[in-house]
Design a protein around this ligand. Structure first.
Ligand SMILES: C[C@](O)(CO)[C@H](O)COP(=O)(O)OP(=O)(O)OC[C@H]1O[C@@H](n2ccc(N)nc2=O)[C@H](O)[C@@H]1O
Ligand SMILES: Nc1ncnc2c1ncn2[C@@H]1O[C@H](COP(=O)(O)OP(=O)(O)OP(=O)(O)O)[C@@H](O)[C@H]1O
Length: 287
């Protein structure tokens, strides 16, 4: 038996940090949504009791460091599964990019194995399990558009934003999320207005959504990696409606209403950046 699943990337339309917690994580408030750039996961049932991972990108680990492997191991341990799985991952989402590629692979593996191993878990149970793998995994289990709080694992669904083009551009560097959080000065944060962003999304007010974009990790990443800021400036210069860094970076995304302008920004950025994508906002839940 074989199951094929899409694992889409996420972007953060808003990312605020409230404070640093006792456990070392940061308490966040984020608006997250999915975009139409996805890895493809194929799960094949193995009668022998083992997990095998194949990844299309040579530098992504294919052992227990892979988040999809960890998702399978977690289910095996929890529910005493004696069967195995072969996980084949076709990477389309750039790695260490702030787009939750690994988290989405783990989430897709949880959803797929729920069927392949006939576990009959609810989507909420899968999302709760996902939080053991990483802060972004719970959101990725549902997809869609959500307010994420806690360390990112508490999910409240909201209505999807109006459709538009998303141009993603990633400079040729990988950013460590831990490093960015470590360099954040929590007492010097200028907080984005999450409630105003939610109200903009609820009223499908595209211009207001563009105006309310905000990510408190942006200035930290810009300071450490100035090329990320340069990409943002280029996107603004090419006429994007709104521009923001996703997660801890280094990917920067632009919101663009008109196709002709999206094409202009895409072509302009291709001149000096290899990893550029023009995709649609997904925004709708899988479940
Ligand atoms: C920046 C975001 O991508 C925004 O969506 C996420 O907050 C990061 O999610 P993630 O990659 O799944 O992060 P995790 O694997 O859970 O954590 C990586 C590291 O980031 C830091 N971290 C992460 C999330 C959080 N709320 N506070 C933190 O301080 C911790 O040092 C942690 O060790
Ligand atoms: N299935 C996977 N796909 C990509 N990277 C993976 C995977 N499993 C483990 N990793 C490791 O996880 C690290 C981060 O990869 P990932 O692409 O998920 O980062 P990210 O997009 O910045 O995530 P986030 O936005 O959640 O912080 C890399 O060091 C990578 O080697």
């Amino acid at each position: 038996m074989k199951i094929s699943i899409k694992a889409p990337a996420k972007i953060n339309l808003s990312l605020d940090v409230l404070h640093k917690r006792e456990d070392g994580f940061h308490e966040v408030e984020m608006i997250m949504t999915t975009v139409d750039l996805a890895d493809r996961i194929e799960l094949t049932l193995l009668e022998e009791n083992r997990i095998i991972v194949d990844v299309s990108e040579g530098f992504v680990p294919n052992d227990s460091r892979n988040l999809a492997y960890q998702a399978a191991q977690l289910l095996k341990d929890r529910y005493q599964i004696n069967k195995g799985v072969h996980i084949s991952i076709k990477k389309n989402i750039p790695v260490s990019a702030g787009l939750a590629g690994g988290s989405s692979d783990a989430a897709a593996t949880l959803r797929g194995l729920n069927k392949l191993w006939s576990l009959h878990l609810s989507i909420d149970e899968l999302a709760t399990l996902g939080a053991h793998i990483g802060s972004d995994v719970s959101f990725c289990v549902y997809g869609g558009t959500a307010l994420a709080t806690g360390r990112g694992e508490r999910i409240e669904h909201i209505t999807p934003p109006p459709p538009c083009w998303i141009i993603l551009a990633k400079p040729p560097i990988g950013v460590s999320t831990a490093e960015i959080y470590r360099n954040l000065k929590v007492d010097q944060i200028e907080h984005p207005d999450i409630n105003e962003m939610i109200s903009a999304i609820n009223s499908s007010d595209y211009e207001k959504i563009c105006k309310q974009l905000g990510n408190v990790l942006e200035s930290v990443t810009f300071k450490l990696y100035p090329e990320v800021q340069r990409i943002k400036e280029q996107m603004i210069r090419f006429g994007a409606d709104g521009v923001l860094m996703s997660g801890s970076g280094p990917t920067v995304f632009a919101l663009v209403k008109h196709e002709s302008r999206a094409a202009r920004i895409y072509n302009g950025l291709r001149g000096f950046c290899n990893d550029v994508y023009a995709v649609r906002l997904l925004g709708e839940r899988y479940y």
